[in-house]
Design a protein around this ligand. Sequence first.
Ligand code: SAM
Ligand code: SF4
Ligand code: SF4
Length: 331
Amino acid sequence: MLQDRIGRPITALRVSVLDRCNLRCTYCMPADIFDKNYTYLKHADILTFDEIKSVVKCAMNLGVRKIRLTGGEPLLRPNLYQLVANLKSLGIEEIAITTNGLLLEEQAEALYQAGLNRVTVSLDTLDDTLFKKISGTAMSIQKVLEGLRAAQQIGFKGIKINAVIQKNINEQEILPLVHFARTQGLWLRFIEFMDVGQTNQWSKDQVVYGKQIQKMIHEIWPLRSVPQPTNHVAREWIYEDGLGKVGFINSVSEAFCGGCDRGRLTADGFFYTCLFSANGLDLKSSLRNFCDLNVLTDLMATQWSQRDDRYSELRAEMNHQPRIEMSRIGG
Ligand code: SAM
Ligand code: SF4
Ligand code: SF4
């Protein structure tokens, strides 16, 4: 089995299908940087569905069993359901998507029919005014809520919500989000605000730590810990009253690099081995130079086997180095 320098296999691949987004979340694509002058990928530089399929085939040769589609906003990519169907035909065990949910209502049925297994919707507040402020949009949060409802009605099970909480911005939204998730049968996960990229003005002082959030929830809805699989990024807790579970992705305060088994593919075909890398392996050039898929598999295997990424564990020493933007690598 392929392993990196510290013994980690590759079992999952996050595939970014587009670097554009219909939102401008302050912590990801701040509007003053990602404005009309920002240079996005050119259409010709974005991998076609066939090219993505080839990379996924190679990744499967290395041990990948799960794919997560992301972006930018993945639902902005036309006919995304066709990619889902294509990847399903390869025998991938699980295909998931992370989306801001704005276009989910329209696409949920086609994605479900194509074989999409799981949906995660990012939602940091239930307050429409705050939603507009955090995500730099005039669109209403109702669109996201309708998308979630549509996904549930169509039959998706175990829908997750990702929430990023920032100090003095949306801490007051923690308990309403918990209440919402518990009563709607959704699995809420809190992601610590991270220093991905170099444009979101990250500072440690703005991070609300998972432990604090957990304590706050526990006081109202007591939580019990459950055994954690070693490679799971989210630490799971169940509510003692039996009404679901909640997860904490404590990537700043409790780094989980030891179990990190995910590769990442950008929309323009670069293979990254860490969310905080500066450079990836250019698979698009190889693909477009008619590289044999066995050769491509070997290139990816070499990249993975040479990996010793541990950014979150070494943050203090490493956070002066350049890092790829979240909207390109997809989280
Ligand atoms: N646009 C889609 C969405 O928002 O779900 C997919 C891409 S987005 C980059 C993937 C995830 O990364 C989202 O759940 C988002 O909240 C999270 N994210 C973005 N920037 C982040 C940051 N600086 N720290 C923590 N999570 C972040
Ligand atoms: Fe867009 Fe997702 Fe980034 Fe928000 S977090 S700006 S929705 S890519
Ligand atoms: Fe994996 Fe890099 Fe995140 Fe560590 S910092 S968990 S190596 S992506």
